[in-house]
Design a protein around this ligand. Structure first.
Ligand SMILES: [Zn+2]
Length: 131
């Protein structure tokens, strides 16, 4: 399936990524790590996926999860597979992707997952897609 608003969705993902990385930058600016500036990716190619572990650790857990999902979505837009539900492999409706561009599951699978998590909830990151 081709998403009509894919360029828009991609921009949105890049926006989210930029603001998440901005958060890391803010945190890191308070320390004296000169290597950091070299780690900030400025492109959307594969190289940008190689964040250092330390950078990710500086983010809150929820932001970290989100950044990973955003990266994955951007990768899939470039390489294929974007918008496919990870559980049932149906295409996620564009309307949903416009709201949650890094969604990994279709709405019905997400509902099932959330049902499961009510029984076995571990962290706030589980609710990431449900805003
Ligand atoms: Zn599904």
């Amino acid at each position: 399936m081709k998403y009509k608003n894919l360029p828009e969705i991609k921009l949105k993902l890049e926006d989210i990524r930029a603001s998440l990385l901005g958060e890391i930058k803010k945190i890191r600016n308070t320390s004296k790590d000169d290597e950091f500036s070299q780690l900030i990716p400025d492109t959307t190619d594969d190289a940008s996926r190689s964040y250092s572990r330390q950078m990710l650790l500086n983010l809150g857990e929820q932001d970290r999860e989100k950044l990973i999902l955003v990266e994955e979505a951007l990768y899939q837009i470039e390489h294929g597979g974007y918008g496919v539900c990870k559980l049932c492999e149906a295409f996620i409706p564009e309307a949903r992707l416009t709201v949650v561009p890094f969604a990994q599951y279709c709405v019905s699978c997400l509902n099932e997952i959330e049902q499961d998590q009510k029984i076995n909830r571990s962290s706030g990151a589980d609710q990431l897609e449900s805003f």
